[in-house]
Every structure is written in structure tokens, then in C-alpha cells.
Design a protein around this ligand. Sequence first.
Ligand SMILES: [Cu+2]
Length: 346
Amino acid sequence: MDVDSVTCLPCYLLYRSTEPLRFDELEAAAANFHPDADTSLYKDDGVAAKRLLKELEDHRLLEKHHWFSLFNTRQREEALMLFDVLMNSKTWETAVNNAAYFRERVNEGEFVYALYAAVIHSSLGEGIVLPPLYEVTPHMFTNSEVIQKAYTAKMTQTPGKFRMEFTGSQKNPEQRVAYFGEDIGMNVHHVTWHLDFPFWWNDAYGYHLDRKGELFFWAHHQLTVRFDAERLSNNLDVVDELYWDKPIKEGFAPHTTYRYGGEFPTRPDNARFEDVDGIVRVRDMIIHETRIRDAIAQGYITAADGTKIDIRNSEGIDHLGDIIESSLYSPNAQYYGCLLYTSRCV
Ligand SMILES: [Cu+2]
């Protein structure tokens, strides 16, 4: 991102997010604003701001220059604490002051996530177009080889243009559809979709996300059927079903990196599903999947209070999306589990 082309305050807040703030107005806010000094600035009387400040003072927050994952329960809670502060800010000025203050003090990944989510979901952010995430966290969209070349160019002060190759070997037939899975635009669309309809969304933030479960199904169905269509066009079979008791033939090395914390993990060829200590057991995944299949076959979902929710109607897919994703909208996460977002049920 070129500083001269930056025209919105949130963009200034995102500019070189791992370095100290460099814009006067924001630097001043980070130094002089005290989030809990005037609680009338907030819709919740400053409850969220005080909570986050207390965590900060007690040194419980994730340090800077450390990887961030939304699927780490504690890290997600921290990011959402900041999101809550921004959502409860009554004015634009309060939100920006808080963002500047916490940008200098919380983990960069948590900050970026909270800011994007707040600009998207707060009425204060209406009309703002944030830079695409590949400009703010390019490591997560660009192969490490290219990032490495960029670092070298920077270090030696030699400008250059680098061509990004796809991750796999040309000999692997799967490589024929790498252009689809590794398309940066499609990947940023996917992330943005999840920011628009987060699985952690709680209606207490102010409104209901209409048909979130249905849209979860719809968006992912679009992605998977398009991928199948691309495969067929390239003389490959459609993607095979996932079997818990069979290995996944194709490995995958994403070649993307955390800004801090090394490469994304890889999956070797012929990987088998295994229990993950303290997170999930394969047998529980099988049980949860079976319960969801039973619900589909029987035509109803059993809610946490034992009532039956009919899914043989136009809302059925919405409920199914909620339990499969599973978002906080799941009517019975205890029973149907968290097939996709395992960390949310831990
Ligand atoms: Cu997705």
C-alpha cells in the first residue's frame, strides 16, 4: 500500500501493522487517549473497554510479534474483546481513538482481525472500503518464496518484480487446477465472506445475521461445485468424499507463512485422521456427523431443550448450515458438535 494513496483512517491504522504507528493524529491518540476515562463514550458504559484494559494491565494478552489464529480459543476471545470495544463506541472518534490506542498494545493479528470485523459490522463503518487483506497480510496469500525475494530486495535496496509459481510439482496432475485453489482473489473473497458472516457472531452485538446458515451452505457450495467443474474441464475426477477411516491421498503444502511463527503446517500424502489431544477425537467427529445425517434423514433437528425443529421447509437449510458450520446459532452444539470449527466447542 502506498501512503499517498491512503485516504481513509482505518487504512492508516492498518498501514504496516507490525510497525509502530506513524501518523500524527493516530500517534497522539495512542499516547494520550485513555479508553476508560469517560465511560459515557460507550453504549455499554465502558464495560468492554474496562475488560480489555484489565487484561492488558494484568499482562494476560498475547504478545506482539506472535502468530495469531482465529481458531485458537483464547486468541479469538482477545480479538473479540477489542471488537466489542469498537462495536460499543458511540462515535467514530471514540472508535478511532480506541483502535489507535490498542493497535500499539495488542497483538497485530488480533488487532487487524478486530478492526476488519468492526468496520464491517459497526454502523460507524458504513461506506468504508477497507484494503483487501492480501495487502495487509500478504504472507497469508503469497508463497514464502516470493516473500523471501521481497525481503532480499528490500534489504539490498534493489527493486524487482517477482513471479509467483503455484505450490506443487508440475508432475502432479492436481497441479492442473492449482490456478483455482491458489487464486488470491478467490481466497480473499472467501476470508471476507467469513468476516461478513462470522461463526462467532452473537446477536448481542446488535442484530441478527439473516439466513447465516443458509448462506454458509450456499457460499461453500458455490466454491466446491465450481472447483469440481474446473476439475472436469481439466480431465480430473470430481473431489472424492471424505472418509474418516481412509487416508487422504493428496498432500498439501500451502507455502504461506505467519508473519511471525514460520510456515503454515503441511499435510503429507496419505495422511490419516488422528485424535488431537485436548481438541477433538475422531470418534466424536464420526458421532456428530452421524447425528447430522440422522437429522437430515428424519427431517428434524433436536434443539438443546429437546424440542424438534422441522427442517422440511424453506428454513431447513438455514438450520442445517448452523449446525454443520457450527456457528453460535447452532440450536444444539452439545449434540451436533462443531464439525468445521472444532475449536469453538473446546
Ligand atoms: Cu469457508
